[in-house]
Design a binder for this molecule. Structure first.
Ligand SMILES: Nc1ncnc2c1ncn2[C@@H]1O[C@H](COP(=O)(O)OP(=O)(O)OP(=O)(O)O)[C@@H](O)[C@H]1O
Ligand SMILES: [Mg+2]
Length: 207
């Protein structure tokens, strides 16, 4: 069986890292080979044009930032495809859907954004940890308080949350990210097990 691609999506502070950590332990407990990754890569984040936009809101043409994001994610997919073909499961911290949602909010046409990506692999499981914008802000403040330029207007979180709902795949697992972390984890594991058995993979013991 080829590896499962699991995408963990959500607003800042939604609990992605927390759930990825728990799911990683679950895979390790079951002796399954796993590769953890994140999108976009630091190459995108460190590009001076991207930094200038994220830090100061400077951009000549939003398509340039969108193209840099797409180039980064498409390149990253080459690497992931090989691992999936080798039967390795992958958890991706964020996926193309955050690019779709953010660039939609930044004023681009959704079809123009999607055209940049072409036919990119749909994850076997897309998890969207859904939290209210005010919870995002609270969690960011509790972490380090650092806000990107565009996050200084808190309506961005509401708009991105709305946009996510329109761009996620139909079979995305939308979970209330304000529930107890252990409950969220159990729901994700249940879905992972179902998908593995549907793909004809081995079954795991209950943790
Ligand atoms: N279900 C939950 N209930 C309450 N607090 C949570 C929950 N999940 C995570 N947290 C807390 O919220 C904060 C942000 O969590 P985490 O770092 O996992 O989010 P994230 O989605 O990875 O954030 P970022 O987008 O900034 O990487 C942490 O302090 C974490 O302990
Ligand atoms: Mg994180």
């Amino acid at each position: 069986m080829s590896g499962l691609l699991i995408a963990m999506c959500g607003l800042d502070g939604a609990g992605k890292t927390t759930q990825i950590g728990m799911l990683t332990k679950w895979f390790e407990h079951n002796n399954v080979q796993l590769y953890n990754t994140k999108q976009p890569t630091d190459q995108y984040r460190n590009d001076p044009r991207v930094r200038s936009y994220l830090d100061n809101g400077h951009v000549h043409d939003m398509r340039v930032i969108a193209m840099l994001s797409a180039a980064d994610r498409i390149t990253h997919m080459y690497d992931l495809e090989q691992r999936l073909d080798a039967g390795i499961h992958i958890i991706s911290d964020r996926y193309i859907y955050s690019s779709y949602a953010y660039f939609k909010v930044r004023g681009m046409d959704i079809n123009d954004i999607k055209n940049l990506y072409g036919s990119i692999r749909k994850p076997d499981l897309t998890v969207f940890l859904d939290i209210k914008p005010e919870i995002t802000i609270k969690r960011i403040q509790a972490r380090d308080g650092h806000l990107k330029y565009e996050e200084k207007d808190p309506s961005i979180f509401m708009n991105v949350r709305e946009a996510f709902r329109t761009v996620l795949p139909e079979d995305a697992l939308i979970i209330d990210g304000e529930r107890d972390p252990q409950d969220i984890h159990s729901e994700i594991v249940l879905n992972v097990k179902t998908i593995i058995s549907a793909k004809g993979g081995y079954s795991y013991g209950v943790k």
